[in-house]
Design a binder for this molecule. Structure first.
Ligand code: BG6
Length: 504
């Protein structure tokens, strides 16, 4: 049974950003055409772009403004007239990222566009390029004064991965800070831009009924699953050096965990929220390296079927080393040693080529302390479960027991469902829209502050180092594509007398 949800008395605030030029490095790439330009265009359609703006794509591929616009057009859908207006503000500069001439060309181009579109010198640079280019690009921009904030703002959005372990992340950060101040660096984690992820804080801190039970007295355990049915696709070059723990756990999964577990910040302000995230990450119990397999299991997909179609194993994917020991799945039990969470296990798992694409957070409450119903022992009264569906069916579901019509003692489990699309009549906007807009506003709440990034790396770096140094003997379980991962993942949670909640 679903209980209808109605939406009333809503409170929305959205300001209008200042004029800005958005300069995208890596403009011929996938991210730009799949996410960045469509998101900017949607903001434009929704009237949320500043009145004065331009977009300048930069990449190595040969394009003129005209041929670039043709490519951009292919990635946009909607009103043709609006597409045309948008394209008229879109430009392109070609060059090699390590060549000084690119940056001097850019300097003049930007000056000219700033005059034409009266953007008052405000700039956002988006690094949609491989990580090895972040630093050289920023240094070159800095040398030409393009990162100066005199009378204007200059912000840099940095894609993940931000470093490959604690040392490399620190090194990159230190060097970026020679050119940029922290308030100019926007480390992106697109999960934070998802509406349902942002909703976690509203749900927790704009309702008084959940906070009293949001702790170890009432919560039995929390599960966070981020499952994908796709494989590594064409990203073997990156993935072979990253693996799932770096690709998903260090960033997206940890951000989800932090939003569920932080203490109420004093205000809805970037620094206040980041301070709480640092505290929670510091409270995570370090994984015991001498007994790691009992806490953290890794797997790699073998052959199997997805939607009835045969798919190859990870090591058979193009560009993957046939002897690769890179993990495409991980499941772990996290403990948070603080007053609120002491004793509550957080089971987290993520993987590629799993049974279905689903991201959800499942909060299982403790059973009632005592059964007043004859013949119905406590263990037969199910726990209340709160499920936060991040994607693809965005929403929230709360289960509870109710009297079933008929005999005097007859009980069943019902759910109260809020489905985003049913209530709001539309799918949530693309995560990048929110994040790009927030960067225009100078709001870093949904970006990762340097110390938050560092604390997260501190948790994973010892594990990654251990697995890498013992590559040939470290446990890596092969699982059949199209399942929920290796048996060891089920065992990890079964040991505690619990099981994974697998989405149907
Ligand atoms: C990216 C990872 O950050 O997130 C990918 O690099 C992953 O490997 C993707 O597929 C998942 O994002 P989403 O929004 O599709 O859940």
């Amino acid at each position: 049974m679903s209980v209808p949800v109605t939406c009333k008395d809503f409170f929305c605030t959205e300001s209008h950003p200042q004029p800005v030029g958005i300069i995208i490095f890596g403009a011929s790439g996938d991210l730009t055409s799949r996410k960045l330009l469509p998101s900017l265009f949607n903001l434009f359609l929704r009237g949320l772009m500043p009145d004065d703006f331009y977009i300048l794509g930069v990449a190595r591929t040969e394009f003129t403004d005209e041929t670039f616009r043709e490519k951009v057009k292919e990635s946009l859908t909607g009103d043709n007239g609006k597409i045309q207006d948008f394209l008229e503000r879109t430009f392109y500069t070609q060059g090699e990222y390590d060549s000084i001439s690119l940056y001097s060309d850019l300097k003049w181009r930007i000056k000219d566009l700033e005059k034409r579109f009266t953007t008052k010198g405000n700039k956002i640079f988006y690094m949609a390029v491989p990580p090895s280019l972040y630093l050289p690009i920023v240094e070159n921009l800095g040398d030409l004064g393009l990162t100066s904030q005199e009378n204007a703002f200059s912000r840099v959005i940095i894609e993940k991965p931000f470093g490959f372990d604690l040392d490399s992340a620190n090194e990159l950060d230190k060097k970026l800070h020679m050119t940029l101040k922290e308030d100019q660096i926007y480390r992106i984690d697109h999960y934070l831009g998802k509406e349902t992820v942002q909703n976690i804080l509203i749900f927790r801190f704009a309702n008084s009924i959940f906070e009293p039970v949001w702790n170890n007295r009432y919560i039995d355990n929390v599960q966070i699953t981020v499952a994908e049915d796709i494989g590594v696709e064409h990203r073997a070059g990156y993935y072979e050096h990253a693996g799932l723990v770096r690709d998903m756990f260090q960033n997206h999964m940890m951000q989800l965990l932090s939003l569920v577990t932080i203490e109420p910040p004093s205000t809805f302000d970037a620094d206040e929220i980041h301070n709480e995230k640092v505290k929670i990450f510091r409270s995570i119990r370090p994984f015991p390296l001498d007994d790691l397999d009992s806490w953290f299991v890794r797997g790699q997909y073998g052959r199997g079927k997805i939607d009835g179609k045969e798919v190859v194993s990870y090591v058979e994917e193009p560009g993957v080393n046939p002897n690769s020991k890179v993990e495409t799945f991980a499941a772990a039990k996290f403990m948070i040693d603080n007053w609120r969470w002491s004793g509550v296990p957080f089971y987290m798992r993520s993987g590629k080529r799993l049974q279905k694409r689903v991201s959800e957070i499942i909060i299982t409450f403790k059973r009632v302390p005592h059964s007043i119903f004859p013949q119905l022992p406590v263990k037969n009264i199910p726990s209340n479960i709160l499920k936060i569906n991040i994607q693809p069916e965005e929403g929230i579901v709360l289960s509870f027991q109710a009297k079933h019509p008929g005999p005097k003692l007859c009980m069943s489990t019902l759910t109260m469902d809020f489905k985003y699309t049913e209530v709001f009549g539309t799918r949530p906007p693309e995560a990048y829209e929110r994040l790009l807009l927030d960067c225009m506003f100078g709001d870093q709440t949904l970006f990762i502050r340097d110390d938050v990034m560092r604390e997260s790396w501190k948790i994973f770096t010892p594990l990654i180092k251990k697995w890498e140094s013992e590559k040939d003997i470290s446990k890596l379980d092969i699982y059949e594509a199209g399942t929920w991962g290796p048996a060891s993942s089920d065992e990890l949670i079964k040991k505690d007398g619990r099981e994974w909640y697998n989405a149907l």
